[in-house]
Ligand binder design. Structure first.
Ligand SMILES: *Cc1c(COP(=O)(O)O)cnc(C)c1O
Length: 209
């Protein structure tokens, strides 16, 4: 993997011991998808870990992760963004966030459609949120073996990123991340311009739910 790409080791459903092993091997950025699980693991692990939240985030759970979270990848509405802002203000923090974009064909995946995202940003209200920093976008490709389809979806995330950069974030150096690519498709994501890959099972093995 090119060194400039951030590897988020997705440790959801894996033990503190597995995370510690990866930590000892040098990994510092870990991704979790449930607030409670994350809080429990954090308590048992070294403080210099950067925890990324990658799952669907309910408003009432923000307070558990707000004191320490390094980045939230899964902002899927303006309402959630402003809730995060409110809790972050109480913590006196600026929380880095990514806007989750829905490009896959599955209906179950959360996120803005590209047009919803553009409309939200044109609305402009996000500019008043002083305690969140919008650092880019996150997305998932369809779960399929069709490489061309996956590539097309990653390319559409990439082009949306550049459209948003141009229209809303030209002067904002923080807006620079395209979080895309998981165990089965990260090589394609990297080809399409990913800056952050979220890899779980290739590192930790299959999850046992
Ligand atoms: C679980 C998960 C991953 C990691 O998936 P793997 O297939 O295990 O690499 C990445 N991103 C999100 C949003 C996830 O929920």
């Amino acid at each position: 993997m090119p060194p400039e790409i951030c590897l988020v080791a997705v440790s959801k459903f894996h033990s503190v011991e597995s995370i510690r092993e990866a930590y000892i091997a040098g990994q510092r950025v870990f991704g979790e998808s449930k607030a409670q699980e994350l809080v429990q693991k954090k308590a048992e692990l070294p403080n210099d870990i950067q925890w990324h939240f990658i799952g669907h985030l309910q408003s009432n759970k923000i307070k558990y992760i707000a004191p320490f979270i390094s980045m939230i990848h899964s902002i899927d509405s303006f309402k959630l963004l402003s809730e995060v802002n409110k809790v972050a203000a109480r913590e006196n923090r600026i929380i880095r966030c990514l806007l989750q974009i829905h490009v896959a064909e599955e209906e179950t995946k959360f996120g803005f459609s590209p047009n919803e995202c553009i409309d939200m940003l044109r609305g402009g209200a996000w500019r008043d949120l002083r305690n969140v920093s919008i650092c880019g976008i996150m997305g998932m490709a369809s779960f399929t073996d069709n490489q061309a389809q996956i590539m097309e979806e990653f390319n559409s995330l990439s082009s949306l990123f550049h459209i948003l950069k141009e229209e809303f974030f030209t002067d904002n150096v923080a807006f620079k991340e395209i979080s895309m690519g998981m165990s089965h498709d990260y090589p394609l994501a990297v080809k399409a311009g990913s800056t952050m890959v979220r890899v779980g099972s290739s590192i930790f093995g299959e999850r046992v739910y």
